[in-house]
Design a protein around this ligand. Sequence first.
Ligand SMILES: [Zn+2]
Length: 396
Amino acid sequence: MILRCCLVILISLVALTQNQRQGVIPLQREIAESEKQISVLLKRAQRLLSYELTASEIDNHAVQITASPQKIYIEKSTAGQFINFDFLIQNLTDEQLTINQIEVSVLDASDKLILRKSVSNNGSRSSIATISSRTLPANKITLLFNPLYFFDHSIELQKLRYEFTINSKKANKDYTEVITVSPVFYETKTDLALPVQGRLIVWDGHDYYSHHRRTDPILYRLGYTTNFQRYGYDLVPINEQGEMYRGDPKRNEDWFGFGSPISATANGKVAMIFDGMPDNRSFNESEIGKREMAIGGNYIVIDHLNGEFSYFGHLKQGSIKVKIGETVKQGQVMAQMGASGSSLFPHLHYELRTGPGERDVEGLPSYFSRYRRWLGSRSVNVKRGLIDTGAIVERQ
Ligand SMILES: [Zn+2]
């Protein structure tokens, strides 16, 4: 059943992607059309496979759960271990279902329990209320952000068994669905230096709450099955008081970072550039259908020639000094900080990723070398470490 359902989803996504690539109709209509197409395609694919869910199969499996992305990485920081992945839950029934509990059990090689924790509907203010979506619409796929993502250093994360308890009002019963994942530690291959000089705040990184980690469901509807910015950072220069601007925040020029030199995080070859977008903090989502990298405004992508690529987004219009194919050295100034594309205010969006495009590209964990972490009036030097939301850091 799992194989058949996967095939059905695959056929749907391929057909949907082909339609979206034509990208000629406005986004809202595209989304409505896409949803219709998904349901039509699912039915057609089931017929093609002479496959209809039997009553007993629906009875035993109300949903099908997959992990996204398939390769799940562990990040280690001084705080502990983080795993950055989410769930796609397909409701196979004709009724809306409700998630009552998600429980994770961490098991060792002999399947012995190391740790178990959950979010549930226990208590008058229950923890299950913190998840992104408790309800699963009938016959639809829901993206659920994984609420059980953090573990201390003593826990060996080789086998994680997530058990979902899902309630059907109609059948007056709870279904249990299990998905087991085996994450691995990712060691960044490239020696990365921070791309901006001076004191920076990681205004948003890739922790559970960050917008980078949370793929926009619009992208999923447009046929994206990966999250290129899963480990992204928005870096903003600050002064010693922690201020990001002085004067009028609506004026780009009043931000300390606007026009700051942006340098290469590591040696590599320039794989992509885009210039010409104004620094007007403006972005029309329908552009994504026409040009897949429209979201980042002006950008540079560097190929580190080891399967890792650096992406620098929202660059200042007309500031890019490098050309496609050019070799760059770590620390070499390539452009200036701007506010082009989907940019709330002047900042640099940086991410490490698996390729130059966006549609089939996943994010990668990035550890930086040789920086200072500011902790109020004192600082510590870090040889190599993870930075994330809220941290104040400075290249050495
Ligand atoms: Zn960003």
